[in-house]
Every structure is written in structure tokens, then in C-alpha cells.
Write a new protein. Sequence first.
Length: 95
Amino acid sequence: MKNLVIVVFPAKEEKFEELKNTLEIALVDTRAFEGCISIDTYEDNSTNTIYLIEDWESLDNHLKLHIFLDFSSDMIKFHEISSIVHNSTVLVRHE
């Protein structure tokens, strides 16, 4: 992996299915974004948590995604996510 980004989304109580559905829609454009090598999702049903394991060509590409989202309708999808999760975490390993 070139530039690893791990995002942890612990769903609010009773919102796990909604989080899964929202991420499924939102990640289509993210995976197609310039510099995205891959994004794998892992679910932990016992804790209602979804983990995204992202690999990026550069961390700049990852940051550009968030700038792009600020100016696009896709940001609505990510605002939906923020109402479903609590205390999300982002971990980064740069090559």
C-alpha cells in the first residue's frame, strides 16, 4: 500500500444499516476519484462499526477529494454520514 488511510465509522445505535447504505452510495465516486487505488470496507456487527481501508497514490489526492466534496453535491452524502456515526476516526500512514 502506498498511502494508507483507515477511517473508522462507529454507527449510532440502530443506524448501522443506514450507515452501510449511505457509504455504499458515497463510495462509488470516491473509488473513481483521481489517485484512489482502492477502498475496502469491513464491518464489525458486534460494535456496529464500519472500517474503510483506503490506499491512495498520494495523500494530496486524498485531501483533494475532501476539497472536491466541499464544492459538490456529494458532500450531502457525507453530511448524512455524520448524522449516523459518532466519534469517527481517521488514521494515516504515509509511505
